[in-house]
Write a protein that binds this ligand. Sequence first.
Ligand code: FES
Length: 178
Amino acid sequence: MSPNNTSTETMTLFSPQLAARLDALVEKYPLRRSALVPMLLYAQDEVGYLSDAVVAEVAWRIGITELEVRNVATYYSMLRFKPAGKYNVQVCTNISCMLRGGYELYERFQEELGIGHKGVTPDGVFSLEEVECIGACCWAPAIQVNYEFLDELNPDQVPGILADYRAKAAAEERSSHA
Ligand code: FES
């Protein structure tokens, strides 16, 4: 029986919406394995990282081994095997950003958060990554926080940026307990 023809509603670790999306995804490509990277990205968005269970289910859905999934996933820096913070701060230090203070910006984030590359703050609110070009070179130096871009930054803006995200995290926490 092909993986996407089984009753994934009862077997999947994903939400019904994501499971349906992944079922549809594999049908779009002539080769099932072409759906691997988008499938991993959607799964990571929902679960937060590529846990062993996620890797196992994606392997099953595509019809390849878990090792093959891992071999592909380790190639892509945006895919991760450990949980990130609620807000994943990616600071570009590639050439345009480097020339316009990207490293100073990255150092300030490290100082303010007390973590380094791929670190997660103890409260789980932030993780930090130094990354290659994020496609905002014209507005360097730039960062990406989850799917939000912030650009033309200077290090003195870092505390305010973090305070805004902390406030957002606290508000979400409060509303989830309301
Ligand atoms: S070099 Fe930083 S966004 Fe392109």
